[in-house]
Ligand binder design. Sequence first.
Ligand code: SF4
Ligand code: SF4
Length: 460
Amino acid sequence: MDEKMTRRDALKGMFFAGMGLAFSGPLLSNSVRAANLPGARTGLPGPWKEAPDGTRIDTRTWSKMGETLGMLGLGCMRLPTLSGSSGGFGRNTPLDQDAVNAMVDYAIAHGVNYFDTAPAYGESEKVTGNALSRHPRESFKIATKISNMHGRATLEAGQRMFEASLKNLQTDYIDFLLLHNLQDVNGFNSRFGNNGLFDWILEQKKAGRIRHLGFSFHGTNDSFPALVDRYDWDFVQIQLNYVDWKEMSRGWGGSSGNTTAEFLYNYLVGKGIPVLVMEPVKGGQLANVDGNIAAVLKERHPDLTPAANALTFVGSLPGVMVTLSGMSNMEQLKENISLFTGFKPFNQEEHDFMLNVADLIKSKGQIPCTACAYCMPCPFGVDIPGNFKIFNNASDALLSTEKNKRVDEKRQAFLKAYTAQEEAVRADACIGCKACLKKCPQHISIPQHMERIRELAAKI
Ligand code: SF4
Ligand code: SF4
């Protein structure tokens, strides 16, 4: 461990020297069930067809914008890759076009008509565009984003990004365009307002190249109303799941922040703005809950998996336009489609039960990393989401003061998984440069957590 510390300290010294620095709302009623989706045309080229058994997911109609949308949307950030892992933000891992085609075909046949991608999701736009182009344009809605983050916030760069999106998606209009990852009005001004990009976007909307305009949000409660009130948005995308409903935790050792999905949701509903939901399963965390939590959920809803519990919590909120789930394989897609076909919403008591489960999960002290990879690549090679996943799998034991067999076994399992990683990607390699900090939409104190993970591994 001493040798590793020496290497890390040397890198740290070089880096900082280089910088010239010294060191509650009402739930869904059963009446929210709608008819068939529009756009079901026959006799057209492409693989579109009805599901053999005629099943389709439930829909909701948004009369102001004139859309009927399937309650489940296919999030295209974690599409299957040729290497078998899932894709992600900024990861240029080659995607598996055949697997994506099969998922898109199955989704459309079962009534999913909302597909969400972004220029920042590696090959996602292109591969999603290829898959969708095999279907009648009227049978699906495309959502993509202007992801002009990280120093690319010029008018020209934004224009190029939008034109590239149209080309990649093989279409001449975007159904739902989002300003990607807004946190406050200052960010809006610097990325869209002051450079004239927002005015240009409004011109494109007027010209019919954008049908509905919204933004995705990753800021705090305080900054939300001003952004929402900045324009007459058609919809807004927020992070919403049962753990984040009362407080979006920044995790052990981090700031508690000031964001609650409940506030964001209620603010939008109060303004009559449809709510688009991302991270309903918190990047997979709520699908892979600790064994004790899984048992509690199973006892209450024996027929639902942990992921289905999380999705039902979201889908039961009547202001939710579409619940986006970033799916990586056909199995997940089938499971989710089945859940939203004849969807059974939670009642108030079940909603409250899920909030109690959220408290239990929070007591485990997990780092709320959604594995979105927005923070990657780390300039020093650290696999940030990978280290957090290893920590989260044993967080309760690592933070426990108890000494017993279960705690000891979990700690050893943590150490085994931690050291099984290549040395260059472990938390040990973090030099605390903070390059990742601003990129994390969950506002996780990444360097601080890396330091603690390294200490824990050393201690064990
Ligand atoms: S602070 Fe973040 S970006 Fe910098 S070395 Fe550590 S993990 Fe990598
Ligand atoms: S640390 Fe933040 S940015 Fe990085 S993968 Fe996790 S949630 Fe995403």
